[in-house]
Design a protein around this ligand. Structure first.
Ligand code: FES
Length: 132
């Protein structure tokens, strides 16, 4: 199921709830089985994301390096709350829990590209990048 869900999300950007019955039928599973997997893993989206996705690490090492302040500043600068997509659909701000770059945090993924040592200047570069 996981490779199929990843492929669908790669193609469509999310796994729509309306698709769950067809996925279940195709895999000979219950709708509850599919729903359980889609809702268990943070990386599966149930609604279409923004045109740009900024993921900020919330795990321990990044927290120790100031991630909470970066998250607050990012929400203000990007105009979107953590876990939401801005009303114009331009950018989504999402949490991620460790990118394996703990020694050079706080870290982010911007449209899948890792960005380390996020500070005010880096955040401004990200904001300009996702405005395009
Ligand atoms: S804790 Fe943030 S990258 Fe590991």
């Amino acid at each position: 199921m996981l490779p199929l869900l990843h492929a669908m999300q790669e193609e469509a950007g999310h796994i729509d709830d309306a698709w769950v019955p067809a996925i279940a039928r195709a895999l000979n599973l219950s709708r509850a089985d599919v729903h359980g997997v889609v809702t268990f893993y943070h990386d599966f989206r149930r609604v279409a994301p923004g045109r740009h996705v900024v993921k900020l690490c919330r795990a321990e090492s990044c927290q120790a390096r100031g991630a909470a302040a970066i998250e607050k500043a990012a929400a203000e600068r990007l105009g979107v709350a953590m876990g939401a997509t801005r009303a114009d659909g331009q950018v989504a701000l999402e949490p991620v829990y460790c990118l394996g770059l703990c020694a050079i945090g706080p870290n982010a993924l911007v449209d899948g590209r890792p960005v380390a040592r996020i500070d005010a200047a880096a955040l401004e570069r990200i904001a300009l990048e996702v405005a395009a």
